[in-house]
Design a protein around this ligand. Structure first.
Ligand code: UD1
Ligand code: MG
Length: 449
């Protein structure tokens, strides 16, 4: 029988050490707010309902979260009285009859769905409380898991631990799972009689034990539960995320000769046999089909790249770019809100914006679509098999017909009909022998001066 799952995500942290006007949990990893990473992991682990606990006055956290996921409920912890107190801000949800309850943290974004699955598995095997622990490289500051005879008996906060207990390296990540039928009662029984006068969620362990309930610990690698308190840790978490993503990409058939130099976003999709050369950045919203090549030092955002396309080196693809099968965008080209048709080429030093290019068109070096008049944006259309000579400016709105040719150096302000040659530039005049005369005159000036 399928079990239901409630996730409560604590996000009331002050985040003062981020030194930022942005609330901590909205800082991004791979282009996605940390708290949204956590929400996604909860969903992937079969979560039915997520509730985020934010601090008083954190209205922008609530609205930002709802932008990403409007099924999430937000509750407010008005005073910071400890982790158990924070969880009880969501007590109305705890009291509903979910089978499993998971407690996660908005600033611990690398938690993986498979870990949450394992925790739910323990609950389904009869545990009433499951605590996620890790072997800490440096345990100072963490709550220690006190294990006796294979059973988890208590969690001791660093500040309350004896010298003996401080030698324990098995630490509490803070992430816990509860049997939903007892979660509210157990957490409401927690008192604040400790050195910090806080309601410690961790006290649920000893209370559960005193009631004869089953309490277990599972473990995970430290990097999976690393929290973020400042921007150094934010960068560390980003690095771990990127490393995971690169590995996943390569194992799925993407080649990267220098993976450590490639940066992905949370939603990057790349097909098999595509090659990503060094120093490529994928911002949000990029999908690349199979057999494409993304050459070195390219920056892509909001772009769809078809099969067999070649991008870069040094290309910039901005949102709304769609490259169809076998098309090319080469070095020092910028493309925005434009479709590059099947087999078409924009190979050198061009700006293509608000443009639709048909199939097998050739856009010469230095072609610029003049899409902006200072107030409005205008569209350029370039037909199938059209040839745009180098260093042309296409002043939009303008349309170049199928098979048309635009002569190099033209400033095109009127449509060019299909099969026509459009030429718009000063006419060339050659004056015989004038070059030699000019040189003589210039040399004479130099000698006189
Ligand atoms: C907590 C755990 C500790 C664990 C450590 C892991 C408790 C009592 N201790 O300690 O065992 O090793 O995390 O990092 O749970 N929060 C609220 N409201 C509050 C207090 C905290 O939302 O009133 C949130 C914080 O934003 C933070 C999280 O809960 O995300 C942990 O709180 P924090 O005060 O950092 O607890 P630690 O002392 O680090
Ligand atoms: Mg902490």
């Amino acid at each position: 029988m399928r079990k239901t799952c409630l996730t409560i995500i604590l996000a009331a942290g002050e985040g003062t050490r981020m030194k930022s006007a942005t609330p901590k949990v909205l800082h991004e990893v791979a282009g996605l707010p940390m708290v949204v990473h956590v929400l996604n992991a909860a969903n992937q682990a079969g979560g039915d309902k997520s509730v985020v606990v934010v601090g008083a006055g954190a209205d922008n956290v609530a609205s930002k979260i709802n932008n990403w996921n409007n099924e999430v409920s937000i509750v407010i912890q008005n005073e910071r009285l400890g982790t158990a107190h924070a969880v009880l801000a969501a007590d109305e949800w705890l009291r509903q009859s979910f089978d499993d309850v998971l407690i996660l943290y908005g600033d611990v974004p690398l938690i993986q769905a498979k870990t949450l699955h394992n925790m739910r598995h323990e609950l389904q095997n009869g545990a009433d409380l499951v605590v996620l622990g890790f072997e800490a490289a440096n345990p100072t500051g963490y709550g220690r898991l006190i294990v006796d005879d294979g059973q988890l008996v208590a969690i001791r906060e660093h500040k309350d631990a004896s010298d003996d207990e401080k030698t324990i390296s098995l630490c509490n990540s803070g992430i816990m799972g509860f049997n939903g039928s007892i979660a509210s009662e157990l957490i409401r029984a927690i008192e604040n009689n400790n050195s910090q006068n806080e309601y410690y969620l961790t006290d649920a362990v000893s209370i559960a034990r005193s009631k004869g309930l089953k309490v277990v610990a599972t473990t995970v690698a430290e990097e999976d539960v690393q929290g973020v308190n400042n921007r150094v840790q934010l960068a560390e978490v980003e690095a771990v995320w990127q490393q995971r993503k690169r590995k996943e990409m390569m194992l799925n058939g993407v080649s990267m000769p220098a993976p450590e130099t490639v940066q992905f976003a949370h939603d990057t999709e790349i097909g098999r046999d595509t090659i990503v050369e060094p120093n490529v950045v994928f911002a949000s919203g990029v999908s690349v089909a199979e057999n494409a090549t993304i050459r070195a030092f390219s920056h892509l955002e909001g772009a769809e790249i078809g099969e067999g396309c070649i991008v870069g080196p040094y290309a910039r693809l901005r949102p709304g770019t769609s490259m169809l099968h076998g098309s090319k965008v080469g070095n020092f080209c910028e493309v925005k809100k434009a479709t590059i048709g099947i087999g078409s080429k924009v190979n050198h030093l061009s700006y293509i914006g608000d443009t639709i290019i048909g199939t097998k068109a050739n856009i010469g070096a230095g072609t610029i679509t003049c899409n902006y008049d200072g107030i409005n944006k205008h569209q350029t259309k370039i037909g199938n098999n059209a040839f745009i000579g180098s260093n042309s400016s296409l002043v939009a709105p303008v349309e170049i017909g199928d098979n048309a040719i635009v002569a190099a150096g033209s400033v095109v302000t009127k449509d060019v009909p299909q099969d026509a040659l459009g030429i718009s530039r000063g006419k060339q005049i050659n004056k015989d022998h004038l070059a030699g005369k000019i040189r003589l005159r210039n040399e004479a000036k130099k000698n006189a001066g």
